[in-house]
Design a protein around this ligand. Structure first.
Ligand code: ATP
Ligand code: SF4
Ligand code: MG
Length: 337
């Protein structure tokens, strides 16, 4: 089933998307204890998204909603069960290792925890130089580019000789961003890049990402569980629940006028710095009456959100809501208006 197409900007509509995901389905295999012939529910179930050059699509949803699974499928780190992943018009769905290597410099990733993704025994300079050397750059040129990109992410060039353990968490995340950008990629997948950082460092890193994107034209697939964080950076937003798209469209529309009860709950859950507003949001969330993800159960025939939804009717348990256009957003809900 086709799920959603975030709307790229008008100028982007005529160009080949940097990244396109169509009807993506990912299954992780059989759940333990299930009958042998019955496959487990897909972690991602019929997701579409389109990322135009120079734009940012935000992927948001609670823990376990399938965000990282989509990211891994895009990066070739997880097999696709159905659907397609296309990069600059090239179908990568079942790309060979050689084909993946050919696009690796142009399709990069930043993970949540930079410490586990940076080799602690290698200097930052060696880590940054590695993909450049693979591209055929000499040692001196690779080091020069490493220094340049470190300065672009707001670190002094001399840190090139340091090891990952010699940085703070925020600095390490800047190093991880530098590593993603060192080959001047076209698309960067950012999987919760600021979730492990304190609030003020989060803001600095988000500002840095926005500046780098605006200056160099990168396209970002930006994954987060906080709608406020996603909104800051994204042109379009895709809201996921249990691997399915609940709502998608321009970031302002989805975050300012959320129509799906699940998106409304995410907006109410998004932290804000002002205590008064935070208290209002908590009240709004309580009034919405949605449970937590742990209390959810879903009949596969109906809406996945039905067991938590204050607006649910009998139809919601038996009929899967298709995405439909409401305002400028696509919404998967029988009763949203
Ligand atoms: N390697 C795996 N094997 C089996 N199931 C997995 C695997 N990785 C993820 N899952 C399951 O797939 C679903 C989606 O997981 P995923 O990691 O994509 O969620 P997420 O939205 O990124 O969550 P989080 O915000 O916690 O990072 C979850 O139900 C998870 O338990
Ligand atoms: S379809 Fe029904 S259960 Fe699902 S979000 Fe809409 S009102 Fe709630
Ligand atoms: Mg994740």
């Amino acid at each position: 089933m086709s799920a959603t197409l975030p709307t790229p900007g008008p100028s982007a509509s005529a160009v080949v998307p940097a990244l396109e995901v169509r009807d993506l389905v990912v299954r992780y295999g059989r759940a333990p204890g299930r009958l042998r012939r019955r496959a487990s529910a897909p972690a991602v179930d019929g997701v579409d998204l389109v990322l135009a050059p120079g734009r940012t699509v935000g992927l948001v949803g609670e823990s376990g909603s399938g965000k990282s699974t989509i990211a891994k499928a895009v990066l070739g780190l997880q097999a696709v069960s159905d659907g397609t992943v296309t990069f600059r018009g090239q179908d990568l769905t079942s790309a060979s290792a050689r084909e993946r290597r050919a696009v690796a410099a142009d399709l990069r990733v930043v993970f949540q925890d930079p410490y586990s993704s940076l080799n602690p025994t290698r200097t930052i300079g060696d880590t940054l130089a590695e993909p450049l050397r693979l591209q055929g750059l000499g040692a001196a040129q690779a080091r020069e580019r490493a220094v340049e990109v470190l300065e672009q992410v707001g670190l002094p060039g001399e840190v090139v000789d340091r090891y990952p353990g010699q940085f703070s968490g925020g600095q390490r995340q800047r190093v991880a961003i530098a590593r993603a950008l060192v080959c001047r990629p076209e698309v960067v997948v950012l999987d919760e890049p600021v979730s492990a950082l304190d609030l003020s460092t989060q803001a600095q890193v988000l500002n840095l990402l926005a500046d780098l994107r605006d200056e160099h034209g990168y396209s970002f697939l930006f994954v987060a569980h906080d709608l406020g964080v996603v909104r800051f950076l994204s042109d379009d937003v895709v809201v996921l629940y249990r691997g399915r798209v609940m709502e998608s469209g321009p970031a302002e529309e989805v975050t300012q006028r959320p129509r799906h009860p699940y998106t409304q709950a995410l907006v109410a859950a998004s932290p804000v710095p002002r205590p008064g507003e935070q208290a209002e949001r908590r009240l709004a969330r309580e009034r919405l009456g949605v449970g937590s993800a742990s209390t959810a159960s879903a009949d596969p025939a109906g809406c996945p959100f039905a067991s938590r939804c204050p607006l649910a009717t009998d139809t919601c348990s038996t009929e899967r809501p298709a995405l439909r256009l409401l305002g400028e957003a696509q919404v998967s809900c029988h009763h949203a208006s």
